[in-house]
Design a protein around this ligand. Sequence first.
Ligand code: DX5
Ligand code: ZN
Length: 230
Amino acid sequence: MHPESATSHETCLILPSLLASDWSRVGDEVRRAEAAGARWLHLDVMDGAFVDNISFGPQMVQTVRKVTDLYLDVHLMIHRADHYLERFIKAGANNITIHVEANYDSSVGETLKRIRAAGLQCGLALHPDTPFEAALPYVREIDLLLVMTVVPGFGGQPFMEKETMPKLAAARDYREANGLKYHLEVDGGVYVHSAPIARRNGANLLVCGTSSFGPADMKGAMAELLAAAG
Ligand code: DX5
Ligand code: ZN
């Protein structure tokens, strides 16, 4: 178990997303995130089928694992996550988040169970079009609910406030009403202007690609984002 597994949903963190880093020097970029104060690093896996883009696979997760002890939050935007699961576990992921809308050889529930059985934490992600109700059958099994705040596939898109904030608030209210503990993560378009909106509606894990790796002063940018979130 990674020590960060004990992080409570009351702790607000900025998670740099590797997608926005300079891939010609990934090791240096991971160390830059570490030096900037990151505790969790977000890794976006895209298969060119579930989303309209292809990023990287387990080998990149393993590459990152070799250079850091940071908590690795792996976001699988892929079909058949259950088929590929062992490879991401072996690569050194600490949390694996799967999409409720994706196709599985088994099922969403089975896949979450396998992630936990391997000693990892597990997350469930909702596309902006997917209602919170789609997560209801799984809310007692997950460590994290990811409310996508852009259509998954690309960094640098605008934050979909109107479409996603009511859902985030509903997920927060349901958690509080039922004594559950899952983190609420937002991903996409999180900047200084949108971080406080996400925070107000219940998010504690703020994935930041462009707004964290973009600026030369990553430490300053992350501190600003955290201060804005409040
Ligand atoms: C989008 C990815 C995000 C992406 C966010 O499909 O899941 O993690 O890196 O990038 P920004 O912060 O640039 O919107
Ligand atoms: Zn992501």
